[in-house]
Design a protein around this ligand. Structure first.
Ligand code: ADP
Ligand code: ADP
Length: 229
């Protein structure tokens, strides 16, 4: 289960300015599709529509054949693990932040999720400003580290569908590499839609869609797109 299908999806935030101009693609259950393209192309908008932060202006989005407008919002959002570009953490320990929404998870499960996201070394710490309240070391997290906390939370929640909006564009190569490793392991065998900024970071995707000005400009495997330059 977990097939995602966009059928001729159109969308505009403002009526006079279309952002998505008829987008069709399918993410088969268990596969990873990556969306790349220049800033402003409409990539993040696709993830917002899937999560129903906005409704489509035309066409439809289906999950397992069902129009998402006919699915209860709560159950839709429970089935999608969304790792946004800018993660806001709760002012509490990293452990709390990972466990959030899965209060039944054991410590071992939380630690396993942290290990996958490569943040197990600071699981006991808290974001800076909270350390005095928990008596543990305060930690100033970078954007990439915050995103890895969100990845760990998503791993623990284990939703059938993953949406990962890579925050790697502004990060140094080492951090980008670490996040990429975490994403690869998390996306494996799960229906995943990855929003990426660079072709180089999505070697593992089953299909890559190049979005440009709200249209699909190109699609294919990593090797095919690289061969075309
Ligand atoms: P990214 O391009 O990194 O995905 P965003 O999706 O947040 O970043 O924003 C993309 C662009 O959309 C930015 O140039 C931003 O200024 C613009 N933008 C974001 N929110 C709004 C808004 N409410 N109204 C108009 N433009 C916006
Ligand atoms: P990408 O993720 O490819 O950088 P986005 O999907 O974030 O692109 O944005 C696509 C276009 O939509 C951009 O031109 C941006 O300015 C515009 N946009 C994004 N968010 C809003 C918003 N909330 N209101 C109005 N325009 C927006």
């Amino acid at each position: 289960a977990g097939t995602v299908r966009f059928e001729d999806v159109r969308f505009a935030y403002e009526p006079t300015r279309p952002i998505l101009k008829g987008i069709s693609f399918e993410v088969p259950a268990g596969k990873t599709i990556a969306i790349v393209g220049p800033s402003g192309a409409g990539k993040s908008t696709i993830s917002r529509l899937l999560f129903r932060l906005y409704d489509v202006s035309g066409g439809k989005i289906l999950i397992d054949g069902q129009d998402i407008r006919n699915v209860m919002q709560a159950s839709l959002r429970a089935s999608i693990g969304m790792v946004p570009q800018d993660t806001v953490l709760f002012n509490d320990t990293i452990r709390y932040n990972i466990r959030y929404g899965r209060w039944d998870a054991s410590d071992a499960e939380v630690e396993e999720a942290a290990r996958l996201a490569q943040i197990d070394h600071f699981i006991r710490m808290a974001p800076k400003g909270y350390e005095t309240q928990v008596g543990e070391r305060g930690l100033k997290l970078s954007g990439g580290e915050k995103q890895r906390v969100a990845i760990a939370r998503t791993v623990l929640k284990a939703p059938p569908i993953l949406v990962l909006d890579e925050a790697t564009s502004a990060l140094d190569t080492h951090t980008e590499h670490e996040i990429q490793g975490a994403l690869d392991r998390v996306a494996k065998n799960r229906t995943s839609l990855v929003i990426a900024h660079r072709l180089s970071t999505i070697v593992g995707a089953d299909e890559i869609i190049v979005l440009d000005q709200g249209r699909i400009a190109e699609r294919g495997t990593h090797a095919k797109l690289l061969a075309q330059g």
